[in-house]
Ligand binder design. Structure first.
Ligand SMILES: Cc1cc2nc3c(=O)[nH]c(=O)nc-3n(C[C@H](O)[C@H](O)[C@H](O)COP(=O)(O)OP(=O)(O)OC[C@H]3O[C@@H](n4cnc5c(N)ncnc54)[C@H](O)[C@@H]3O)c2cc1C
Length: 390
């Protein structure tokens, strides 16, 4: 019987595997994909996850950004002493780093293994894997993304909302042809168009518009994106050679519980945020926190150490849900009223107090709610990082 089985070799499952292995527990990771994902989803990591990855020697090049987007309103951070730092790294590269480290430390990663169901009793969890003998473990962790089977099998609800807008997005080779549009977001009565570039030689075109009934996102063709551009802007834009295309529908959801007996949730399986940038920050820190607690329990600490995982991490996801919902609301407000609110907030954010507060929220260091200027003893400590310094 394994001590811990992790379902999902995405960034959160791999981080958890590496952290457990670092603490002396050798986990088994099962993922249904035969190969690691090459989808360029996240373009970087922010906040506490940067501090964590840096401490583990996994990332270099963190920097304090001069400004950071709070939804559509830039947060000016230059000359402010804030903890928020960012690292630009494509998600597939991050996953390769995490997988390499987990394997080096002794974690076993089995790909092409789809978990179909799980049951638990007082001694452990049994995972039924397609075409294989069942796997038995002391604990199971669902790091299996937003549509988590582990969450569903554990009977944990995932309440929240699904946006009525769809974002169609493409990465293209070459320089963007602006076709009379501005870089950044362009607003039209029927939607918004983003033209931007995050690395030399690659440009991004995104179209946000009202989705059809039951729209869930997924695969998109160049023709779909071109048609969406035409609907929203009324013109044809040259797109270049496509690298990757997708459609996403934002969701705001939080698992009712992070634990059901011997089953835990972490990452997107536990929370989905409706605005970009924060998901990996919260998910990777979930993984570090849970690893420290599982390892402590397996080394003899009482079961109370496991309860503290949810007490520690769920409030952080609640705070992140609140500020990403606020960002999404700011994005959605259209017309002159929306523009006036964004302009006014831009003025407010230019003041150090509000900018520091939002930077601490984005960093993830405020916990449920601790003002950023609170004395150090009131700030939350982080067992996983404390353990690593020992
Ligand atoms: C277009 C786009 C852009 C994004 N940009 C950012 C960004 O800039 N910053 C940011 O922080 N986040 C961003 N995100 C979100 C980020 O990609 C996710 O938060 C992150 O991938 C979540 O990691 P995870 O490990 O929890 O889940 P996932 O990455 O979804 O991994 C889940 C894994 O579980 C496996 N799995 C699922 N079901 C089973 C099963 N039954 N059996 C076995 N294996 C299973 C899957 O194959 C997968 O490998 C973006 C997402 C998208 C779509």
């Amino acid at each position: 019987m394994d001590d811990v089985v992790i379902v999902g070799a995405g960034p959160v499952g791999l981080m958890l595997a590496g952290e457990l292995a670092l603490a002396g527990v050798r986990p088994l990771v099962l993922d249904k994909r035969p190969e690691p994902s090459e989808l360029p989803r996240a373009n970087g990591v922010i906040g506490q996850a940067v501090d964590l990855l840096e401490q583990r020697g996994l990332l270099k090049g963190a920097r304090r950004p001069p400004r950071f987007p709070f939804g559509p309103v830039p947060l000016p951070l230059a000359r402010l002493d804030v903890p928020l730092r960012t690292v630009v790294i494509q998600q597939p590269r991050l996953e390769r780093l995490l997988a390499g480290r987990a394997a080096e430390l002794g974690a076993e990663i089995r790909r092409g293994r789809e978990v179909r169901s799980l049951t638990q009793d007082e001694q452990g969890v049994t995972l039924h894997v397609a075409g294989e003998r069942p796997v038995r473990a002391g604990f199971a962790v669902g790091c299996d993304g937003g549509r988590s089977l582990v969450r569903e099998q554990a009977g944990i609800g995932f309440p929240g909302t699904t946006d009525d807008e769809v974002l169609r997005l493409g990465h293209f080779r070459g320089r963007p042809k602006l076709g009379g549009l501005a870089r950044g977001w362009n607003e039209f009565p029927g939607g918004r168009v983003l033209l931007t570039s995050l690395r030399p030689g690659v440009h991004i075109v995104a179209v946000r518009e009202k989705g059809g009934p039951g729209e869930k996102g997924g695969a998109v063709t160049v023709g779909d994106l071109r048609a969406a551009l035409r609907r929203v802007t009324g013109r044809d834009l040259p797109l270049g050679e496509p690298i990757w295309l997708t459609a996403t529908v934002a969701q705001a959801r939080l698992a009712e519980r992070y634990r059901a007996g011997r089953v835990f949730l972490a990452g997107d399986a536990a929370h989905l945020f409706p605005a970009g940038g924060s998901a990996l920050n919260v998910g990777l820190v979930d993984a570090a926190e849970l690893a420290a607690r599982l390892a402590a329990h397996l080394a003899g600490a009482s079961a109370r150490v496991l309860d503290a995982y949810e007490a520690e991490r769920r409030p952080q996801a609640e705070r992140t849900l609140a500020h990403t919902r606020a960002q999404r609301a700011l994005e959605r407000l259209s017309g002159e009223e929306g523009a006036a609110l964004r302009d006014l907030l831009g003025e407010v954010f230019a003041h150090p107090g509000p900018a520091r507060h939002l930077a601490a929220l984005l960093h993830g260091s405020t916990g449920p709610y601790t003002p950023p200027d609170a004395p150090a003893r009131r700030r939350r400590r982080w067992p996983a990082l404390r353990a690593s310094r020992a």
